[in-house]
Design a protein around this ligand. Structure first.
Ligand code: AMP
Length: 147
C-alpha cells in the first residue's frame, strides 16, 4: 500500500500554524482538531517545521508556564522528515519507529499534500492484514477460487 492510497481515504486536509502564533493558541488548535501535531508553515504550503504535544510537554517541564506565551517557533522542530505520496506504508512505519515520531508530512515538490499519523499507519496495516487473512482463510476452506 502507498501513502497516496492512505490519503485518498483520509483526505489531504492539513492543519498548519504560523511560527509566530503563541503556544496557548497552538494548544487550542490541537484540541479543536483533536490531533497531536501541526505543521508550522508561513504560507500554509511549505513545511517550516512541525510541533507536537510532546514539544509542549517538554518545554513546560523545562521552562514552566511562561512557555504558553512564547511563539511556536521557540519549541518546534525544524529538521522535518517528509515523504512523497508514492512512498510505501511500510517505509513510513519504519521511519516513525526509527526516529520515534508519530507524524510525517506528505509533500510533492516541497508543497504540503497531507499528513500521515501513526494512527493512520496502524489502521491501514490492520485493514491490509485482515484482507490478507480473510483471503487466505477463503483459499484454505475452498470458499474462494484459487488465486
Ligand atoms: P510526535 O511523536 O510526532 O508527537 O513527535 C515527537 C517529536 O518529534 C517532537 O519533538 C516533534 O516535533 C518531532 N517530530 C514529529 N514529527 C516529525 C517529523 N516528521 N520529522 C522530524 N521531527 C518530527
Amino acid at each position: 500500500m502507498r501513502i497516496s492510497d492512505v490519503l485518498r481515504v483520509k483526505g489531504e486536509q492539513v492543519v498548519t500554524v504560523e511560527p509566530g502564533v503563541d503556544v496557548t493558541r497552538l494548544l487550542a488548535v490541537l484540541a479543536e482538531h483533536r490531533i497531536g501535531a501541526v505543521i508550522v508553515s508561513r504560507d500554509g504550503k511549505r513545511v517550516d517545521g512541525i510541533v507536537s504535544e510532546r514539544d509542549v510537554v517538554r518545554a513546560l517541564a523545562a521552562r514552566g508556564a511562561g512557555v504558553l506565551t512564547e511563539p511556536v517557533s521557540a519549541i518546534h522542530t525544524t529538521q522535518v522528515r517528509t515523504v512523497e505520496p508514492d512512498a510505501a506504508l511500510e517505509d513510513v512505519e519504519r521511519l516513525m519507529t526509527e526516529h520515534r515520531f508519530r507524524h510525517v508530512p506528505v509533500v510533492i515538490d516541497g508543497t504540503l499534500r497531507g499528513v500521515v499519523s501513526i494512527g493512520d499507519v496502524v489502521k491501514n496495516r490492520i485493514d491490509e492484514l485482515e484482507a490478507e487473512r480473510s483471503s487466505l482463510a477463503g483459499y484454505i476452506t475452498g470458499e474462494r477460487d484459487h488465486p
